[in-house]
Design a protein around this ligand. Sequence first.
Ligand code: C2E
Ligand code: CA
Ligand code: CA
Ligand code: CA
Length: 284
Amino acid sequence: AKADGRNRIAAFDVELRSSRLDTARLVDDLRRALTDAEFRVHYQPVVDSRTGEVRSLEALLRWTRPDGTSVPPDEFIPAAEDSGLIIPIGAWVLRHATEQATEWHQRFGLSLSVNVSGHQLSDPQFAETIFEALSASGLPPTALILEITETALVAVTGSTATDVHSCLQRLRDHGIRIAIDDFGTGYASLSYLRHLPVDILKIDRSFVRSDGGNAPGPQDHAFIRAILHLSETLRLSTIAEGVETPQQAALLQHMNCHLAQGFLFHRPMTQEAVEHLLAATTSG
Ligand code: C2E
Ligand code: CA
Ligand code: CA
Ligand code: CA
């Protein structure tokens, strides 16, 4: 039994070491991805579900390795955060997406949403990075939305929280809007929200989807209603994420939640596909 235990520890050790090696390799690959231009940005429209009209576009990072395999962001963003590479990667996304979205804003009045990780928020240069991207692209600050997950916001505490909140306030003073992403999953309290400089709540997909059903279940109903009520009280706008079925869309409309995003309307798409979509919807 003793030898057995030792073997198990040895196996665990090997596993731990190889996972560290994997992480180190992933970080090297991410560094190369940035210099060798292996990243792309795709865009997923946010629509008015009553008319299908596109209101804004969310930038979503894509990575294709030289061998043609693509790695989903949920798999590489954590390593990018832990290694600090999220700072230059995030700056690249901002530069690239604002550059592409400026024309969409000029021609169609659309806004751009960019996902921002908690590590970027805590970077003292963060606001400057944003202002640089805006002035380089010509995108007005009022056309930019920054999405920060509820979990990331709640995780900043103490003096860092004060810095982060005053940074968000400064960005908002310039007209940039702040959205709380994955809302409902991060335990932000009411009093916390009341003092947070934000504009938009994005209702997490898990409330919209419900367990395998086509429409949210009765409990999810109550959650969505509660979030909508909260939004109204705080005078925020609300976007429902992950709408996949007509039933879900109808229910959200019934609850007076009209901004929606999800595969039912559009999947994330390339810059060219966005251009086709916009040309098609405005020529008709
Ligand atoms: P998120 O910000 O919550 O983005 C929404 C995710 O849900 C996207 O996955 C999108 O493709 C997916 N999605 C949209 N509609 C539907 C739907 O109807 N059904 C289902 N099942 N999924 C839907 P994606 O692109 O894989 O991104 C995953 C996460 O990675 C994002 O979640 C975001 O947290 C993070 N991420 C993506 N790009 C960036 C970035 O540039 N910077 C940072 N910091 N994080 C990013
Ligand atoms: Ca998002
Ligand atoms: Ca989300
Ligand atoms: Ca998410």
